[in-house]
Design a protein around this ligand. Structure first.
Ligand code: 5GP
Ligand code: SF4
Ligand code: MG
Length: 456
């Protein structure tokens, strides 16, 4: 998911809309904005992309100088209207809205307890437990109540929250998901956003990353930083750098595009191939393929062209050939690939089904050899912290050796990045990352029972 917050701008909802537009890659299932005029909160949410949900009419129903927004990609709860965010409630202290990026690992436990106590849930989302807890805890202001509620919550959460008078941003103690603070150049107001690419479009300058375990309260009297949680050590999701974040963003001081290029350079050193061209699987493999081409001296070619306009309403004909689903999005160019030995670069292999189809498209376009290189290590475990990976039984690298994966996807060779090379590319392990889906080292307990060994 992606989140945005604005405080102190006459067009707060419009800026939030722009921020969500820039964060669309983080979630396409639904979008929502809650705005506030200092007295009341207003809400507009819907299914689909930002441009499907918001037009001038919707934005005009969101007055005020404060707003938060959310684009959703579901990791807990189905994809339907009642599961759209921001969640918006009224409780004894007033109105409260929250947008969440991440996934709570003890939400089921908490929900069971709350329901036993009489709580009535309105959604299937893990995020809803936060507002139920909020209504039950003591505290003098929304910030301290929220901190108190979050003491009971375990998992990944980057939150933007809105009350009648405050914008609040929180990043969980491990900082799995990114969150940045910016300052609006024209009004001097503040913004929060999942990634810096949103600040650019909103006309805000980067101030700093919200720290793991930090809660920021923004009000008319200024900005206040609190550290309400016990310090546990940073565990930023390393997959954000490989795939999830937009390449033009800088997360925790690391430029995503440059990191991806360095991963590609490392792949060229780890898996050199006698080949003619380096071809990315667009868009996710582009930066790494550029790095591979640069380091290997091979030429970089767009042998696969992506159609960017495949929407949710695409009608599949009844008679469709093999690989049709992939062909809608990707077309292989025989003029580039015929007779060539190709290094094909992609960010990750999850189930292996897409990768197999892409290899077959490239061969059908005349490639003589297809050498697959991957800028993630083998994905051997699911993510419980905000990325929607399928369960272990469907992860091809959890069920098969690398040689077996190579055979299944039909490549002449297959090479993955190593964890060591990945960390070198993102500037060392020192900052503290989560790599659980590649290492099985889960920093928080999971439903499968992993992670008990490294609670530090
Ligand atoms: P597979 O071969 O495993 O079926 O598909 C691999 C492709 O899925 C890669 O191109 C990669 O970019 C993409 N991918 C990796 N992680 C995710 C994810 O979380 N969501 C989506 N939609 N695609 C992903
Ligand atoms: Fe990121 Fe993987 Fe950790 Fe999930 S398990 S937070 S995808 S590194
Ligand atoms: Mg991809």
């Amino acid at each position: 998911c992606g989140v945005v917050g604005v405080f102190g701008h006459p067009e707060a909802a419009n800026l939030t809309y722009l921020g969500l537009y820039a964060l669309q890659h983080r979630g396409q299932e639904s979008a929502g904005i809650v705005s506030g005029d200092g007295g009341k909160l207003f809400v507009q949410r819907g299914m689909g992309r930002v441009a499907d949900v918001f037009g001038l009419e919707q934005i005009s129903k969101l007055p005020g100088e404060q707003a938060i927004g959310h684009v959703r990609y579901s990791t807990a709860g189905g994809s339907e209207l009642r599961n759209t965010q921001p969640i918006f409630i009224n409780y004894r202290h007033g109105a409260f809205a929250v947008g969440h990026n991440g996934n709570l690992v003890n939400a089921v436990e908490l929900r069971t307890r709350l329901e036993r106590e009489g709580a009535i849930f309105h959604t299937d989302m893990d995020t809803e437990v936060i507002v139920h807890l909020l209504a039950r805890v003591p505290g003098d202001d929304a910030g301290s109540r929220l901190a108190e509620a979050l003491q009971q919550v375990s998992g990944a959460y980057s939150l933007v929250c809105l009350t009648e008078s405050r914008l609040i941003g929180v990043r969980d103690p491990m900082g799995f998901r990114p969150l940045v603070l910016g300052r609006l150049i024209d009004s001097g107001g503040f913004v929060l956003a999942s990634e810096t690419c949103a600040l650019d479009l909103m006309g805000a300058e980067f101030v700093r990353d919200v720290e793991p375990g930090e809660l920021i309260v923004i009000s008319k009297s200024g900005i206040e930083s609190r550290k309400p949680f016990a310090s546990v050590g940073r565990r930023m999701c390393v997959f954000e750098y490989i795939y999830f974040a937009r390449p033009d963003s800088v997360l925790d001081g690391i430029h995503v595009y440059s990191a991806r290029k360095r991963i590609g350079q490392a792949l060229a050193r780890l898996h050199p191939r006698d080949a003619d061209v380096v071809v990315p699987v667009p868009d996710s493999g582009v930066a790494a393929a550029m790095g591979y081409a640069e380091a290997s001296g091979l030429s970089f070619e767009l042998g696969l062209i992506r159609n960017h306009y495949v929407g949710r309403t695409f009608i599949q004909p009844a008679q469709r050939g093999r690989d049709f689903g992939v062909k809608v999005k990707l077309n292989a160019q025989p003029n580039i690939l015929r007779g060539k030995r190709v290094v094909l670069v992609d960010d990750s292999i999850v189930r292996g089904t897409t990768s197999a189809k892409i290899v077959s498209l490239v061969r059908a376009a005349g490639a003589r050899e297809v050498h697959f290189v991957v800028s993630a290590p083998p994905t051997i475990g699911p993510c419980y912290y905000g990325i929607d990976t399928p369960d272990r039984s469907q992860l091809i690298a959890a069920q098969h050796s690398i040689e077996e994966v190579r055979k299944i996807i039909g490549a002449d060779s297959l090479g993955y990045i190593t964890l060591d090379a990945l960390y070198e590319a993102v500037g060392g392990r020192g900052q503290g990352f989560c790599d659980a889906c590649f290492s099985d080292d889960y920093p928080l307990p999971t439903p499968e029972g992993h992670g008990s060994r490294q609670l530090h």
